[in-house]
Design a protein around this ligand. Sequence first.
Ligand code: ZN
Length: 990
Amino acid sequence: MKPAGQCPAPRLTQGEETRGFRVRRIEAVDDIGSTAYEMEHLATGAKILHLHANDSENLFAVGFRTPPGDSTGIAHILEHSVLAGSERYPVKDAFNELSRATLQTFINAFTYPDKTLYPVASQVPVDFFNLARVYADLVFKPRILKETFLQEGHHLEFAGSGDPGGDLTVSGIVYNEMKGAYSSPDGLMYKALQQNLFPENPYGFDSGGDPEVIPQLTWEQLREFHRLYYSPTNAYFFLYGNIPPEDHLAFLDDVLRGFDRVRVESAIGLQPRWKKPHSVSNCYPVSKGESLARKTAVNLAWMMAENTDAEEVLLLRVASHALVGTAAGPLRKALIDSGLGEDLSPVTGLESDLRQVVFAVGLRGSDPDKAGAIEEKILGTLKSVAQKGFERALVEAALHQVEFQGREIVRGAYPYGITLMSRVFHTWLYDGDPLVPLKFNPLINRIRNRLEKDPELFQGVIRRWFLDNPHRITSVMEPRHSCMEESEAKFRQQMAQLQATLSAEDRAKIREEASRLKELQSQPDSPEALSTLPRLSRSDIPREVERIPSEEGRLADIPVLKHEIFSNGIVYLDCAFDVSRVPEELQPCLPLMGKFARGMGAAGRRYDEMATRISMTMGGLGVQMASGFGRDGKETWQKMIFRMRALRRNIPEAVTLLGDILAEGDLTDHRRMEDLVLEKRNGLHAAVIPSGHLFAQRTAASKLTLASLRDEQWNGLIQLRLLSALAGRFEADPLVETMERLRKLVLHRSGLVLNVTGDAAGIDLLLSELGRLTERIGDKAPGTATTSMVAAPLHLGIAIAAQVCYVAQVADAPGYFDPSSAALTVLSRELSKGYLYNRIRVQGGAYGGMSLYDPLGRIFSFLSYRDPHLVETLKVYDEAVRWLLDAGVSETELEKTIIGTIGSLDRPADPAGKGYLAMVRHFAGIFDAERQGFRDRVLGLCPEDLLKAAQGVLLPALKSSSVAVYAGEERLKQANDTLSEKLIIEPLAG
Ligand SMILES: [Zn+2]
C-alpha cells in the first residue's frame, strides 16, 4: 500500500456520458489525496463512487439498502446465503473458495441495521477484477438454494442423529452466531438502546437476528427479500485505489448489462421524535456461582441529528469527545467520581451508522437501585456544562482528535478503503452528499469560525441535543442467573410442544431433510463447478517480498530504527523497553504499570490535566506488551512498548509530554488507581465472550512456551484473575510499592530500542527532539531475574456464561527458521479452509473453526468460535491430520492454498503497522533475505512436502498438546462424562 498525498489528475469530464454511465461530479478531496468520481448507470440508476488514489490496495464494494421488517435476521441470513453460489458460479461456498484461493487482502460481508455491504480488496489488478466479477454475480444472481437457507439460517433436527427418541432442536450458522451475540452483555446493551430508541423504523428490529425469532423465517421470504432489495437500482458501488476510473466503468458496464431500472422502496424512514423520555429494563446471563452485586449497567441514550447534516454531526462529535472522550471530560469525570458504578459503559459515545445519530453514556459495575441517581448525575452534569461551557482546552483537544483521525492512514484488520467507505455511507445511504464526511478540514474551519463569533456554541449544542431533547431512553441491564436457563427452558418447552404435535410423517420429513443436508454438506463441489471460478496462474503472483524501508542508527547509546514511509503528516514513535529481567511474580503486573503510566498524573499535573494535554498534542498514546522468540529459537524477547502518534507540528510538545510520563509519573492519587484497575478489569472481562477462541488459545498455550505464558499473564486469564483479585480488595499501598519497583526495573536506557516511522522531515524533527527524552530516564538496569520453563501440557475447562463453546487445542511447533515452517504455514491454511471449515462450521453449525500456525510464537492451534459442540469438536481436531494424510492433497488444491497463503503474507499494513512489523522482525532476527527464502519455499511446495510436515512434524507435536475450553459449566461437566482425558474445571475469575 503506497498512498501518496497528491490527488491524481482527472481522467473523465464532469457531465460526460461514457459506456452507459453519466459522470455527475468530479472533485479533488485533498484531505485524503483522492480524486472523487460520482457516477450513475443510466439504464438502472446504480450509484457509483470512485475515490481514485495512489494506493495499490484497491477496494471494490457493492452495497444495498436492506431495511428489515422483523427480527428474523433476514438481511443477515441473506448476506450469508448469496455467498453460497450463483448461476454462473454454482459452487456450494463461493465465499470460502474466493477467500482461500485468491490474492485477496480482504474479503467479507457486513449486515448493518439498514444496509448490507460486500467489500473485497486486492493489490493485483487481475485478481481484483476476478474477485469483483464473482462478488457482483453472487449478489445479483445468487442461487439461494433451500439447503443453503437451512444451513445458514435454521433447520430442525433430532439430537443424536438417527436416534428416533432424540430431542428436537434448531441448528444453523447464523442461529448459532446470534446465540453467541446474545450471550455478550455489551452486545445486548447496545441492542437494547438502538431497538428501543427507534420503535417505529427498521432500527427497532435486529437485522442480525434474534435467536428466538430466527426460526420463524421461511425460505420464500428470504428469496422475496432478495428480489426486493438486491437490484442495481438499489445498489451503491464504492471503489477505491489506483485503478483508473475508466477501467472500473468498462468492468461495471459488463456487470450491469441486461439489468433495467426497477421500482424500489428502500428509503430508511425517520423515527418520529418523542415528546417525553422512555425507560426500559433487560437482563443478561451470568454464571450460577457469580455474585450479582455491582454487575448492572445503566445507560442513557438520545436520538439526535440527521447524519446528512454533516456540520451538526461534527459539532456532536466534538461535544461527545469533550464530554466523555478523555479522563478530563466533565461527564466522564462526574460519573466515575460519583462512585455509582465502576467505569463507563462500553456503549458510551456517538454512534453514526444510523440515519439519526445516537449518543449514549452510562456506567457499568452498578446496581439497579442506583439507576435514578445515575440519570440525575448525567442530566445534572449536562446542565452545568450548558451553563458554564467547556474549558477551551477540551474543545481544542476534541478538534485536534477529529483532524488527526481524518488525516491518519489506518489499515489494521481492515483496508484503508474500508475506513473511507464507512464514512461515505454515513451520508450517501440517506441521499446526502457522500464526500462531505471525507472533507474534515473545511468542516473544522467552519466550526472554528462559528466558535470565534459565538463562544457559547457548544453550550447551545448541549441544550439543543441533550437537555431540550426528550427523545431519550434510560436502559437498565441487570445480570440474572436464570436468564439463560429461562430462555433455554422456554426453548425446550417450545420444542417439546412442537415435537408432540408432529406426526410420524413430519418426523420422517425432518429427519430426511436433515440427513439430506448432511449428505450435501459432505459432498465436495464437482471439478466442473469449481472450474467456473476464475483462477490466477503462478505467473500472476508477485515473486518478491515487500521490503519495509529500515535504517539502523543510534541516539547516544540507544539503538534507533528508522522507517521512512509516507504517513500524511503524522509521525510514529515506539519506545520498546526490555522486561525480560523482571522477576516472574511481577510479570502479570506489567500491563497495570503501563495503564498507570498512561492514565495517572505526571510532572506535578493531575491525571485529568494530563489527559487533556495528551489529547491536544498526540493522536494517541498506547502501551503494548509483546514477546516472541529470538533468532536462536531459544531466547524469548519480552518488551513493554510505549507507542505514540503525533502530527508533525506537535512533535516538540509531544516529546516533552512523553518524557513527563516516563520520568515523572505520579502514583499518589490512589482513588484514580482504583478506578483504572476497575476499568481494566471490566474491559478485559467483557472481551472474553466476543473473543473466546483467543482466550482459549492463550490458556491452552500458556504452559508450552515462555512467550505464550507471557501472553496469558499480560492479556489472558492470569491477567483477568489478577485484576479481579485487585478489584475485589483494593489496597493502594502494596500496589504503589510494586509499581515503583517495576518502574525502576523497566524504565531505563539499557535494553531500550527506539523505533521511528514517518516522512523524512518528521523523522528528522523527532530525532532532534528525542535526546531531551532519553536524558530524563535512568541508564542502569537493576535486577537480573530470568525465567526458563519446561513445557507441561494441560487440560482445562473455564466456566463462562455462554450458550456456545470455544474449544482450543494447541501444540508446541517449530519456529520460523525451521525447514518445515513454510509447509506448516500452508498446512494450517489447508486444514482451516478445507477440513475444519467443513466439519466445524458447515456440518457442526459453529460460526468458525480454524487452525493457526504462529512461527514467531512457535505454536500450532486448532480453534473453534461460537461452537454448539465440544466433545465432537475435539474429536474433529483429533482426526484432522489423519484425515489429511488419508485424503491427500491434490496439485490443484495445493496451488489454490499457496495463492491464498501468499495473499495473506502480502496483506498490506498502514505506516504505523509497517514500522511496528519491522521492529518485531528486528527483535526476532528475521532479515528480508530470509523472508524471501520463506516465500520461495511456500511457492515451491509440492503435495508431498505438506504430507511430510503433517506426518513428521505436526502429528508428533499434537501428541503432547494442551486443551482449553471456555464454555458453560454444565457443558464442561457433561463433556467430562465422555472425555477420556478429563478437563479440570475452573471458574473464569474468583
Ligand atoms: Zn454472520
